[in-house]
Design a protein around this ligand. Structure first.
Ligand code: ME8
Length: 516
């Protein structure tokens, strides 16, 4: 049986500024999920990109005194560079200003317009708009201070009155509630699901889906002067990426509906209310699942330009290295909850888990093999109770990691693997292979074999999290590319006795906390 294909996406970021660590975090986590699914042997498609239309882009460009397209080009390139710097395995990078995306957005618009309810109609929008959120708000959702009104995000709202097209969202209340009811895993984490269900139960108003006061957007087909509301085109990126409107396209056939949209908690409503409603209206299958991660703070504070604590992800990569940065976020932040960044936490976490735990085990066992076993995979002897206990624990840890990854609990998956490594270090210390060298060289060989095989078994799943470092470990164990798959991590004693091994070198350097 061929395993099911898997389509996963990040949100597409606004390139109104350079990427920050919130963006990097989402990319890293989604990449870990994509890589894990590939390790399962599945055919994966992973899409990320930039969301380039909307009034926020227009205003930022005006402030900088540059054409909005230049702003989009400049920052989209930075997001692409970040994807490379983080060693992302994305299959495509979509920019919403591309021609293919204009075509897809106009096609879905026409489908919604032609739907049997007549889901698109003309009227006049009168209400509040937050440029920073690119979102409309009801009066009741706002707070007031010094005569100004603010959205729940804290962004100031402005009063908007213009003739626009509307989407008949009100007609989808029951259908959406049925969708959540029939698919309990549609929204994760669970608390988010409850919030959305009560929001939808509270009643849905029709949504203004075009703008007439600026032109930086995708033209509404057949309606001069109207550009699409940025979220209509933004959400559509997920199908543009698969070749929509050509539904017969191989990618679309294979990968739609998406298995998983990974997004931040601030944009759940768009992904679990608007997007499924648009898809239903256009007669397209709805995505399977949306996972909302939390927000990152820095040293316990919200990141903001005025506090001057916005962290540049490129700087982190340069300072600590890609895998250290990836690992920190994947292990330290409980996926789905908010998390905090500090240099100190990163250094401590990476040193404890990667340098002292995984790196130490690999380096100690491999250098002993190099010196004492002719630099070849040693022979494995009869298993003692301690050997069996270790091998069982490693197998269970990989299974626990698999179970966690099935629900995107990335921090639990990394945690399970690291716990097994601690046991393996204890095993190595207790067996004292260096003492066995004189007393029982056969047993020494066997202990070294089992330790090295444990490194192999853990390094395979670690390919999802620290891909370059885990690959270097597997190179040192001479594990062939085609054997770097999860089902083979579950099998013990796969190293082939007598295989020549390269001279080992440390893969994880100990990090120093940078001077403030
Ligand atoms: O929302 N911590 O773009 P965006 C963690 N274009 N995640 C964060 C974060 C933080 N401090 N700040 C932002 C948009 N994010 C839209 C998406 S999708 C069709 C359109 C996350 O650049 C945020 O939650 O504001 C979102 O998932 C992603 O970064 C892009 O945010």
């Amino acid at each position: 049986m061929t395993p099911k294909p898997f389509y996963v996406t990040t949100a597409i970021s606004y390139p109104n500024g350079a990427p920050h660590i919130g963006h990097a975090y989402e990319m890293i986590a989604t990449d870990a999920i994509a890589r894990w699914k590939r390790l399962e042997g599945r055919d994966v498609y992973f899409l990320t990109g930039t969301d380039e239309h909307g009034i926020k882009m227009v205003q930022t460009a005006a402030k900088e005194g540059i054409p909005v397209r230049d702003l989009a080009d400049r920052n989209a390139a930075e997001f692409q560079r970040l994807a490379e710097g983080l060693n992302l395995s994305n299959d495509d990078f979509i920019r919403t200003t591309e021609k293919r995306h204009h075509e897809a957005s106009q096609a879905i618009w026409r489908k919604m317009e032609a739907s049997h309810n007549g889901d698109i109609f003309q009227s006049t929008y009168k209400g509040w708009y937050s440029v920073r959120d690119e979102a409309y708000f009801d009066e009741a959702e706002l707070t007031e201070k010094d005569g100004k009104r603010f959205a729940p995000s804290g962004a100031e709202v402005e009063w908007v009155e213009e003739p626009t097209y509307f989407f008949r969202l009100s007609a989808y209340q029951e259908k959406l509630l049925a969708l959540y009811e029939e698919n309990p895993d549609f929204i994760a984490p669970k608390e988010r699901r409850n919030e959305i269900i009560s929001f939808v139960k509270g009643g849905l108003q029709d949504l203004s889906v075009s703008r007439t006061t600026f032109d930086w957007g995708i033209p509404v087909p057949g309606a001069e002067g109207h550009v699409m509301y940025v979220w209509v085109d933004a959400l559509t990126n997920y199908i543009t990426g698969l070749g929509y409107p050509d539904e017969a396209n191989e990618l679309f056939q294979k990968f739609w509906p998406a298995d998983l949209h990974v997004i931040g908690k601030d944009i759940i409503r768009f992904h679990t209310v608007y997007w499924p409603a648009f898809l239903m209206s256009a007669g397209l299958p709805v995505q399977h699942r949306v996972f909302a991660h939390g927000f990152l703070t820095v040293d316990g504070q919200k990141m903001s330009k005025s506090l001057g604590n916005v962290i540049d992800p490129f700087h982190l990569i340069e300072t600590f290295g890609t895998d250290a940065v990836r690992y920190f976020f994947l292990r330290e932040v409980s996926f789905g909850n908010d998390g905090d960044y500090s240099n100190e936490k990163l250094v401590n976490r990476v040193n404890a888990d990667l340098a002292n735990n995984l790196g130490n085990l690999a380096q100690r066992s491999l250098s002993m093999i190099n010196k004492n076993c002719d630099a070849k995979v040693p022979a494995v002897g009869h298993a003692t109770a301690a050997d069996e206990a270790l091998e069982k624990e490693v197998g269970e840890a990989i299974q626990a990691a698999q179970k966690a990854m099935d629900e995107q609990l990335v921090h639990e998956a990394t945690g399970a693997l690291i716990a097994a490594l601690s046991s393996a270090n204890n095993y190595f210390a207790a067996q004292e292979p260096w003492a066995l060298k004189k007393t029982d060289p056969e047993r020494m060989a066997s202990v070294l074999y089992r330790t090295a095989d444990t490194v192999r078994r853990i390094a395979i799943p670690m390919l999802a999290f620290v891909p370059a470092s885990a690959a270097r470990l597997l190179d040192q164990l001479a594990v062939p590319e085609e054997d770097r798959l999860l089902p083979l991590a579950l099998v013990k004693d796969r190293l082939v006795t007598g295989t020549e091994l390269p001279v080992p070198h440390g893969v994880f350097a100990r990090l120093e906390k940078p001077a403030e």
